[in-house]
Design a protein around this ligand. Structure first.
Ligand code: FAD
Length: 432
């Protein structure tokens, strides 16, 4: 049988992770990507680097630089946090492509102009008038992926990225709340200095492009941390780029010939520092969803529902966590930047306390092997999509058994190595 051909648009972390997952399932994969047009530094965690290594993006993971010192001055409180890992995105993005090449994945450096999805396949128009046909398309073009009108959008937010050269020295990062928004500061050992200011995209005093460097310099002057963090003040002599930071959730997340992953599906507030993490999370579930759509059409609707619900749930979870960070800034409640973000997306708590009476077991879509199938899961107000297993133990039968038999008997009946984790989880839900 002819191997199905999958086109992946975008070679960021989401596109790269989805490509490797699909290759493992035996698909013919072509990644088509343009280069990112700006030069950013981003922060990440050991957890994300581990995930990158696990999926086969070792070169990319290896570009991270440990910042031993991470300082936070947020809403009047000063603290030192555990270390952050810094990514020079141009270096990281080149390494992602190197990982793909080493895996034997075809990589086209081109801009995708149009995507036509029909019942029998997909046709892509690339710049230079070339075209490409595929059986399925994965849109991983990040925030540049075209959005339909019905997408959910948070308060319009803009980040100005200022980069300049300074003295060499140890890597470091810092975050600070300002009256007008917040800023993130980073230094790389080679001397790259970075100040990223995030504020309301409808700021009433935003000047024209020519005045932006001076405007940024004035804002930097209001930062308590910048003076000490950067030994040399560059004034207006910075490389400056604007980048949208608005939270977005796409409306058309998945159909029978296409799927969105990463920022193209949902983009979170950079305040969370979790953009790469969330982009990997939707990309890692995509191969099983696509495999179900192409090989098990009877379960196509289930697979689409699985992807859409997971992405939407993750979007609101991150949006509420972001809102809670903004709510910590009680000293500047009158500033519209803070007021709007302290209220968006809603008032639902980020975490809902759970009592045993609220817990139910039910059938739900899950990734099982290389496809989406159904399994009995445990559903709580805090985990509405359900939890299937923990340390190899299916949890729904445990909850069902607890309705009939005492705790000692149910937990005691588990293999010794699994008792501790399952007992801990049950206690967190109010059992025992
Ligand atoms: P991307 O990494 O954006 O990759 C998309 C790729 O598609 C790019 O290579 C692009 O060139 C290509 N492309 C786009 N359009 C086309 C086209 N038409 N044709 C061909 N190719 C195309 N995340 C963190 O984890 N930590 C941070 O500190 C952090 N800071 C951030 C700061 C700001 C201001 C913003 C806006 C975001 C930040 N993020 C951060 C989020 C992070 O950048 C993204 O979540 C992550 O890169 C998304 O990965 P992706 O693969 O979905 O998309």
């Amino acid at each position: 049988m002819r191997r199905k051909h999958i086109a992946i648009l975008g070679a960021g972390p989401a596109g790269a992770a989805a490509a490797l997952g699909l290759l493992r399932l035996g698909y013919r994969v072509t990644v088509i990507s343009d280069w990112r047009r700006f030069n950013a530094i981003e922060g990440t965690s050991e957890r994300v680097l581990h995930a990158l290594r696990t999926v086969g993006l070792r070169q990319a993971s290896g570009t991270a630089i440990a910042a031993a010192r991470r300082e936070v001055y947020w809403a009047g409180h000063h603290s030192l946090r555990n270390r952050e890992w810094l990514l020079d995105r141009q270096v990281f993005d080149r390494a992602l492509r190197e990982d793909l090449r080493r895996s034997g994945i075809a990589l086209l450096e081109a801009r995708v102009l149009t995507v036509d999805v029909a019942a029998d396949g997909v046709c892509l128009q690339l710049d230079g008038a070339a075209s490409l046909e595929a059986d399925f398309v994965v849109d991983a073009r990040g925030r540049q992926a075209p959005q339909s009108g019905e997408a959910v959008r948070g308060p319009e937010t803009l980040s100005l990225l200022c980069r300049w050269r300074g003295p060499e020295g140890p890597a470091a990062s810092a975050a600070e709340s300002l009256v007008s928004g917040w800023c993130w500061l980073a230094r790389l050992p080679g001397g790259d200095q970075y100040w990223q200011w995030t504020f309301d995209a409808r700021h009433p005093h935003m000047p024209g492009k020519a005045e932006l460097p001076a405007w940024c310099a004035a804002q930097r002057g209001t930062s308590r941390l910048a003076g000490e963090f950067f030994t040399v003040d560059p004034g207006e002599a910075v490389e400056l780029r604007a980048r949208s930071s608005t939270c977005t959730l796409a409306a058309n997340l998945c159909d029978v010939r296409s799927i969105r992953v990463g920022d193209a599906a949902m983009a979170v507030d950079p305040l969370s520092g979790n953009g790469i993490f969330q982009s990997l999370s939707s990309a890692l579930q995509a191969p099983a969803v696509i495999n179900t759509l192409l090989q098990y059409p009877a379960d196509a609707e289930l697979a689409q529902r699985f992807h859409c619900r997971r992405v939407t749930e993750l979007f609101y979870r991150f949006a509420r966590l972001g809102r809670d960070f903004y709510r910590q800034a009680t000293a500047v409640p009158e500033q519209s930047f803070w007021r709007q973000r302290q209220q968006w997306p809603d008032d639902h708590p980020s975490h809902v306390p759970v009592t045993p009476e609220q817990i139910v077991t039910d059938w739900a879509p899950v990734v099982t092997g290389d496809r989406v199938g159904r399994a009995r899961v445990v559903i709580t107000p805090d985990q509405p999509l359900g939890i299937w297993h923990l340390n190899g133990v299916e949890l729904a039968p445990v909850i069902d058994a607890l309705r009939e038999a005492p705790w000692e008997q149910v937990v005691g009946g588990l293999p010794p190595a699994q008792r501790g984790p399952v007992a801990g989880w049950l206690q967190s839900l109010g059992f025992g």
